[in-house]
Design a protein. Structure first.
Length: 239
């Protein structure tokens, strides 16, 4: 396959903004809350890519959102969700969750364990239509993600095995890859390749380790090969 790369921007884990308090260790790929850089407010439609560790027995109290598609993916531990629409769920590794804030929703997120940390990714994209009715969806895709292939986790393009997001120009792909596994990176106008755990080699682009990301623009034919410790990758492909 021919590789073409108009733009590859590698961002290292230690370049992320950090929020660290007694109960939370959060790393932000883009501007978030008090952390603001006008040159780093998102990539394509991906506006938030937060890497959060929440201590046992703690969490985010009730707070509000509107007009945002919020996808949560747990790496380890369990996260409890409650919202003002009456939805309640325990999110664990392999369970994909989407909350559509729509016209307005309030929710809380707490570590469901009294003894162990929960480690999760939370990612935001804007909806293609504002003011929709708030909504919630969760879907167990453990069988799909354990296949060792790249699979859709959240999609606005009608993938049957993924949770649905109200953004027709975005898909979140994920893979838990054993050492040496090679995947083709999805093609789109903007692609964000994030190594949640492990390491690998982006071709072209070079080595990526835990917390590193590659921001791609108008690139196609790229591949990613998991390193000796394997890799869990989350790849957003958006307009």
């Amino acid at each position: 396959m021919t590789n073409t790369a108009t733009g590859i921007d590698i961002r290292r884990a230690d370049q992320r903004f950090t929020t660290k308090i007694d109960w939370l260790d959060s790393k932000h790929s883009f501007s978030f809350g008090p952390h603001y850089d006008p040159a780093n407010t998102g990539h394509g439609l991906l506006l938030v890519n937060n890497d959060d560790i929440v201590r046992a027995g703690t969490g985010f109290g009730t707070h509000g959102h509107r007009d945002m598609e919020i996808v949560t993916w747990v790496l380890s531990g369990e996260l409890e969700h409650k919202d003002s629409e009456g939805n309640h769920g325990i999110i664990y590794p392999g369970l994909a969750q989407r909350m559509s804030a729509g016209s307005g929703i309030r929710h809380s997120e707490h570590n469901a364990s009294a003894i162990a940390d929960v480690h999760f990714m939370q990612m935001w994209v804007p909806p293609d239509t504002n003011g929709i009715k708030p909504g919630y969806e969760q879907l167990d895709i453990r069988a799909e993600i354990e296949s060792g292939e790249l699979v859709p986790i959240a999609s606005g393009k009608g993938h049957d095995s993924a949770i649905t997001i109200h953004q027709r120009d975005a898909v979140l792909w994920g893979g838990r890859l054993v050492a040496g596994t090679r995947i083709d990176v999805p093609d789109d106008r903007h692609v964000h390749v994030f190594v949640a755990r492990g390491s690998g080699e982006l071709d072209p682009g070079g080595a990526l380790s835990t917390g590193d990301a590659a921001r791609l623009v108008d690139s196609d034919g790229l591949g990613f090969t998991a390193g000796s410790d394997g890799a869990e990758v989350l790849i957003w492909a958006t307009a």
